[in-house]
Design a protein around this ligand. Structure first.
Ligand code: SAH
Length: 250
């Protein structure tokens, strides 16, 4: 098994002491049965990845001291995932898989047919952190505050395009949507709907917007979490960091 990787918000540099959270101390001591002096690997999304040693370990607190830098900071493509919240276990799954698949940000978007009324941002973040630790990422995706689709579109940043996953027919194939030079250069967001799909009003509203490209993920109706995964994998392989012509990164 590889070294235990931990995300920290502290600065990392040779010789710096980093405080471990209660959860991290519990994990290292009680779950992994590690002791003072044992090695861990730390990253914070800014300073790269560092080898470190546990310096103190108690039940609810601990420290580690950074040693040498193992990898310089890198970045992921500038890709947001906007998803309509579904049941809790499926949201956990979406946060984990989107992190592994290399998104830069994750945001829950309430749509007309969204059946869930609340999203636990802390839980989203915890799942993203755990996935980042496990998959070797050097950053954790930003967790954006949950918001309505209308609000998100009203505040939309210039230049970021939307790949709208639409199962109702008439959308382009992902290949069509993402081929052509300009697709590879700009920031994107992938937008997936809830189990009930987008309403026809929402689809009309989105279709009018020139930043939106409707795509089909094939002839079968996918569950919302499957659609998220499929769309992210297609995007990464066409213009993201699985592809030779990698998109701009953040
Ligand atoms: N309206 C549907 C199911 C929606 S599936 C119904 O109830 O019958 C949930 C979401 O997954 C959709 O809003 C869409 O964003 C995405 N999705 C599912 N299958 C898809 C496909 N074949 N192509 C594109 N997007 C799809």
């Amino acid at each position: 098994m590889g070294a235990v990787r931990l995300y920290t918000e502290s600065d990392l540099d040779a010789g710096l002491t980093v405080s471990l959270s209660a959860g991290q101390a519990h994990y290292l001591g009680n779950v992994m049965r590690m002791k003072e002096g044992d090695p861990v690997v730390l990253f914070n999304g800014r300073d790269g990845e560092w080898r470190a040693a546990i310096a103190g370990l108690r039940k609810k607190e601990g420290t580690a001291v950074a040693g040498e830098r193992l990898r310089p900071q890198d970045s992921v493509p500038d890709l947001w995932l906007l998803f309509a919240p579904v049941k809790r276990a499926r949201i956990d799954f979406i946060a984990e898989k989107a992190t592994e698949l290399g998104v830069s940000a994750i945001g829950a978007v309430f749509t007309e047919h969204t059946a869930v009324s609340r999203v636990n941002e802390d839980r989203l973040r915890a799942n993203a952190i755990e996935a980042a630790e496990q998959c070797g990422r050097l950053s954790v995706p930003e967790i954006q505050p949950p918001s309505t689709l209308a609000q998100r579109l009203a505040d939309w940043p210039d230049g970021r395009r939307i790949m709208l996953c639409d199962e109702t027919g008439g959308g382009k194939s992902v290949q069509e949507a993402l081929s052509g030079g300009s697709a590879a250069t700009g920031p994107w967001a992938i937008l997936c709907g809830p189990e009930g799909g987008f309403s026809s009003m929402e689809l009309d509203l989105l279709a009018e917007n020139s930043i939106v490209t409707r795509v089909s993920l094939g002839p079968r109706i996918l569950r919302a979490d499957t659609a998220v995964l499929a769309a992210l994998a297609c995007w990464q392989s066409m213009v993201g960091d699985w592809s030779a012509s990698a998109a701009r990164t953040v």
